[in-house]
Design a protein around this ligand. Structure first.
Ligand SMILES: [Zn+2]
Length: 103
């Protein structure tokens, strides 16, 4: 997976289609990403033993990485991610639209 935390992504599938958010966490083995403010579910919790607060809490759930597209920091459009090998042999992610290297 070519997404990383702190990337800004656009949701292209699912209930939150069209929303943008920042990636908070990536789960490479699961192929999922946790995006701020996206895929929020309400969890009903009951105060029991160690659990502190009863009631409904809202929580983001990880979603499939295939459902989001990276928004390029240069051209500001959703893009696919290319990989380019730089002169010093390190790999850099690139925007397939504007060809700029994405930090
Ligand atoms: Zn771009």
């Amino acid at each position: 997976m070519r997404l990383r935390s702190e990337d800004t992504v656009l949701v292209i599938k699912g209930r939150d289609r069209g929303k943008q958010g920042r990636i908070q966490q990536v789960f490479p083995q699961k192929g999922r990403v946790l995006v701020e403010g996206v895929n929020v579910v309400k969890k009903h919790t009951r105060a029991s033993g160690s659990v502190r607060q009863a009631g409904i809490i809202q929580k983001e759930m990880p979603m499939p990485a295939a459902n989001v597209m990276l928004i390029c920091t240069h051209c500001n459009r959703p893009t696919r991610i290319g990989v380019r090998v730089l002169a010093d042999a390190t790999k850099a992610r690139t925007c397939t639209r504007c060809q700029e290297v994405i930090e």
